[in-house]
Ligand binder design. Structure first.
Ligand SMILES: [Zn+2]
Ligand SMILES: [Zn+2]
Length: 169
């Protein structure tokens, strides 16, 4: 399995910080460095994520390891730009790869492309485990975490269409 060594990880983190500082200068507003993680799997290269009030940029170490220079040049500003436009405009008010994001990408000197075209042969696709459930009208597939919660009876889930609670198939 491909992996990033420690010095490569440090380089990715410092490049992320550099792009955030660059955006701070461009927009004349200080943006904080946010945590960087290398835990993305499958064929997703990068991700800017907000949960509760925690912001984080996640990279896929395997794909970075395979195309290090390209990802440093393309993926880092791509994810940084998602973070910055979120702080600037609020991500609920704009399209993820809309005008504001594209404009900032250009100002950062990066190509405003939604997806990269890498040959990902040898990088395993992530498998999502789901469990089938039934309501009154259709079949549902719950992710493993929601399934576990339901089994432990911490929650019940209801179909949005018919209002029935879901039961295992
Ligand atoms: Zn994106
Ligand atoms: Zn239903």
């Amino acid at each position: 399995m491909l992996a990033l060594n420690e010095s490569q990880q440090r380089l990715v983190i410092s490049e992320t910080e550099k792009q955030i500082q660059k955006a701070s200068v461009i927009l004349d507003k200080p943006f904080k460095m946010i945590p960087v993680e290398f835990d993305l799997r499958g064929h997703t290269i990068g991700m800017y994520k907000v949960s509760k009030n925690k912001r984080v940029i996640r990279y896929n170490a395997q794909i970075f390891a395979k195309y290090f220079e390209q990802n440093l040049r393309d993926t880092v500003p791509h994810e940084v730009a998602h973070y910055i436009v979120d702080m600037q405009y609020g991500r609920k008010n704009i399209r993820p790869h809309g005008t504001q994001w594209r404009q900032l990408m250009e100002q950062l000197g990066a190509k405003p492309e939604r997806t990269a075209n890498y040959d990902l042969t040898g990088v395993p696709k992530r498998r999502y485990t789901t469990v089938a459930y039934q309501c009154g009208c259709q079949q549902h597939h719950l992710g493993i975490r929601r399934h576990n919660k339901l089994v432990k009876q911490q929650v019940r889930y209801f179909c949005r269409r018919c209002g029935d609670s879901l039961s295992a198939l």
